[in-house]
Design a protein around this ligand. Sequence first.
Ligand code: DX5
Ligand code: ZN
Length: 217
Amino acid sequence: MIAPSILSSDFARLRDEVDEVIRAGCDWIHIDVMDGHFVPNLTLGPPIVKALRRHVQATFDVHLMVESPEHWIPAFVDAGADILTVHYEATPHVHRALQMIRESGKRAGLALNPGTSPDGLSYLLADVDLVLVMTVNPGFGGQSLVPSTLAKVAEVRRMLDEAGRQDVHVEVDGGIHAGTIRQARDAGADVFVAGSAVFDEPDRALAIESLRAALRE
Ligand code: DX5
Ligand code: ZN
């Protein structure tokens, strides 16, 4: 699945940008929420997600790069998120945060920064619907994929498969473009976030098609 990240879109035309990638055949809309503490950047909050939700049917994949995400989960559920992903590093109560998301009837994702071991996932295998392996350090679009993260994608996929959780998505985020997407897929990812590879291109349909073509090669 291809999930364009609106971080690289023109925020002044946000609704049109989202409509365009949906028309271009993307699967999910990836929404990067940053609080200026967990990551050195500040983006958007629940009101923007809510405003978009009124016009857009697509699945909203909300990536919370915020400290203590449990404080924000209710607001993003109310705003219309479908998938909520919290960072392992962002709270001592990651299990509780995942539980809160599921109890709200939403799908729960666990994100791991490049420097984070996947070991903690072994205690959370029953509590996730998605694992997001960050392939760059979170905070900004347009960075290069950190090669060591691909082995982690494979390790996460193996842990999930061994636990009988073939249904859990493994998502990669950061530095994904036509030249890297196959490596991520071969490592075991099935959801591909792409920000600059989609929104920095004038023809978004062509950009998404070249990602799909690279997967077919
Ligand atoms: C980074 C964000 C990403 C970002 C990816 O912190 O989580 O979703 O938009 O951007 P690209 O695809 O340009 O690396
Ligand atoms: Zn993201």
